[in-house]
Design a protein around this ligand. Structure first.
Ligand code: M6R
Length: 596
């Protein structure tokens, strides 16, 4: 989510850090900062992009330092919340990418012990914790502190009195060492290093690095030494920014297990919502556009099942002009960018109508957050591909978490059910990963659709919206016409369109609609359309009816849109790639649509 870089060597650190940070701006850029060991720690940071930081930076000298470009998760984008953070005495500097799950607990304990906090971030707790444990050895203090931390992190830390080393550590966030000549680097991404070296060593989870001018030592947080090979990489800068993937979209599809994990960290259920809700709502209205609207349609099934409250889903562009009955309505607005004009206008209208409002968004401090009573951040990290992928999956995660929370508020979920749903939620990153592991097979199936004139995606119940999303993703990047349809509705008209050139993607998990769905597959096969079925592992029926089958792990049906969405994203991607379409920037489309 954030980009981090550290330098130790014989050159001035500040210009090197600034250049590396510019290479990391694609990871997020709402604020930036750096800290350099001079006689004291010289720390500069501000809201805005790296160029702004550079223009206002005084001349600072020092051959060891850290730099950070931020994509906010805790605390709005501001100078105070920008990294690096210093301890109370201004001797220790830290940069961090990730989420410290137990930061509130740590913060209140450290405040009781006399530490002074200056920001709203989760990271600041860690620098004060290291200060507490520091006893003349930075590496030891970092290790002691990390034993008390839960969450995901890649950190780099320096101490004013130890100008011969940087200490860095990783747990579930990327971290790589760059090896130069009499200079070394640490960074979240290879892109930050490529201007200086192509020799790298990867840091793994639960490892701590002591980086000096002449080398590095790795050990575990518990103190076991680790040996690590140095690798030479041959990536171009463009490859590096895409993490070695051919397109941002593919990178973002593959980032989904991590994005889901981050989205879940520390908040099942999200009890902070209780603070502003009185539980009086009798209807939920979900409002969104495009892919976020499809997430909303899936949300309807989740909320109605978990909280037994009736849910209406509406497009942002329609809501303003409708005249809904709006008493006791909770309005949930979904927008990954937080800037979609139609959704913003709907949020204002909902407030005007006196409704309580919640936003689900990925961008901290985006416009929607200023319009609503409560914001739930999806924490997917920056999404560069115009086609929404990881932001969509994390919107679903948000809806499951909110659904459980509403179930608690309305007392409609038994304890056992909450435990069951929570346990499924925790497994979602693994389920998404097992679909990604099948990417080669999905690609083969996708290639059967490259010359299609039209494609139908069909599903029932909670996977009807998944079918809509599959079709949207497909047409958006491959430029082949695609339509999502409730499987039972084909016979009321669209069957007339089926030919051998109109493949059908049939979403068929084993839920209460499964038998009917098998019937629908037979209907389309009989009209000569090739069928790609998506079903649960160990389903032996599908292969008898469909031309190709893609299997996903068997999850409780209410959670099946998660693994199935990964399949439909990959189908769209591989067809568009084969057709040499502009995948990351499809024609006529923009990442955020700021006109009504
Ligand atoms: O930023 P938002 O979630 O509000 O955007 C809404 C739609 O413009 C967006 O989901 C669009 O449909 C995507 N490009 C689809 O991949």
């Amino acid at each position: 989510m954030c980009g981090i870089v550290g330098y130790i060597g014989e050159n001035e650190a500040a210009p090197i850090l600034l250049r590396a940070l510019k290479r990391l701006e694609y990871r997020g850029y709402d604020s930036a900062g750096l800290v350099v060991v001079d006689n004291d720690l010289a720390c500069y940071k501000d809201k805005g992009m790296i160029d702004a930081l550079e223009q206002n930076l005084p001349k600072i000298s020092g051959k060891i330092g850290l730099g950070h470009t931020r994509w906010a998760t805790h605390g709005k984008p501001s100078k105070e919340n920008a990294h690096p953070f210093l301890d109370c005495k201004g001797k220790i500097g830290i940069i961090h990418n990730g989420i410290i799950e137990n930061h509130l607990e740590l913060r209140s304990q450290l405040i009781k012990e006399g530490h002074k906090f200056t920001s709203e971030t989760d990271t600041e707790a860690l620098v004060h914790l290291i200060e507490k444990h520091y006893n003349g050895n930075l590496e030891k203090a970092v290790k002691e502190s990390l034993k008390q931390v839960h969450g995901s992190y890649a950190i780099a830390v320096i101490h004013k009195d130890e100008n011969d080393n940087i200490v860095a550590a990783r747990c579930e966030s990327p971290l790589v060492i760059g090896i130069g000549s009499k200079e070394n680097f640490i960074a979240s991404d290879i892109a930050a290093l490529l201007d200086y070296t192509n020799k790298v060593a990867y840091v793994m989870d639960n490892e701590v690095v002591k980086l000096t001018r002449n080398g590095f030592e790795i050990s575990t947080v518990q103190g076991e030494p680790v040996s690590r090979n140095v690798e030479t990489i041959s990536w171009s800068m463009e490859d590096a920014e895409k993490g070695g993937y051919e397109h941002y979209m593919l990178k973002e599809i593959f980032e989904q297990p991590m994005a889901i994990h981050n989205s879940l960290l520390g908040r099942i259920p999200d009890l902070t919502i209780n603070e502003f809700m009185n539980g009086k709502f009798t209807t939920i209205r979900i409002i969104a556009c495009g892919t976020s609207y499809h997430a909303g349609l899936i949300g309807k099934y989740i909320f109605e099942n978990f909280s037994k409250v009736p849910v209406v889903v509406e497009m942002g562009s329609e809501y303003r002009y409708s005249e809904p009955i709006h008493e006791n309505t909770l309005v949930v607005l979904i927008t990954q960018s937080g800037e979609t004009a139609d959704t913003l206008a709907a949020a204002r209208e909902a407030k005007r109508r006196g409704n309580m409002t919640i936003a689900i968004t990925n961008v901290v401090g985006s416009s929607i957050t200023r319009e609503v009573d409560y914001t739930f951040y999806t924490r997917a990290g920056p999404e560069i591909g115009v086609a929404a992928t990881k932001t969509f999956i994390t919107q679903l995660v948000a809806l499951y978490i909110l659904g459980i929370t509403f179930g608690l508020i309305k007392r409609t979920l038994e304890y056992d059910k909450i435990r069951e749903h929570t346990s499924t939620l925790r497994k979602l990153p693994r389920y998404a990963q097992s679909v990604l592991d099948e990417a080669e097979h999905i690609k083969k199936c996708a290639l059967t659709m490259v010359d299609a004139t039209d494609v139908f995606y069909i599903g029932r119940n909670i996977n009807y919206p998944t079918a809509l999303e599959g079709a949207l993703k497909f047409k958006e990047i491959s430029y082949i016409h695609a339509e999502g349809y409730p499987a039972g509705e084909l016979k009321h008209g669209p069957l007339a369109l089926l030919t051998p050139q109109t493949p059908v993607v049939a979403i068929a998990p084993k839920d209460h609609t499964y038998d009917k769905l098998l019937g629908n597959i037979s209907e389309v096969s009989a009209r000569g359309s090739p069928v790609i079925a998506i079903g649960y592992q160990d389903d032996t029926e599908l292969s008898k009816l469909a031309d190709n089958v893609i299997y996903v792990p068997e999850v409780p049906p209410l959670f099946s849109p998660v693994p199935i969405s990964v399949v439909v994203q990959l189908l769209a991607y591989y067809v568009a790639r084969e057709r040499k379409c502009s995948i990351d920037k499809p024609r006529h489309l923009a990442k955020s649509v700021t006109v009504e």
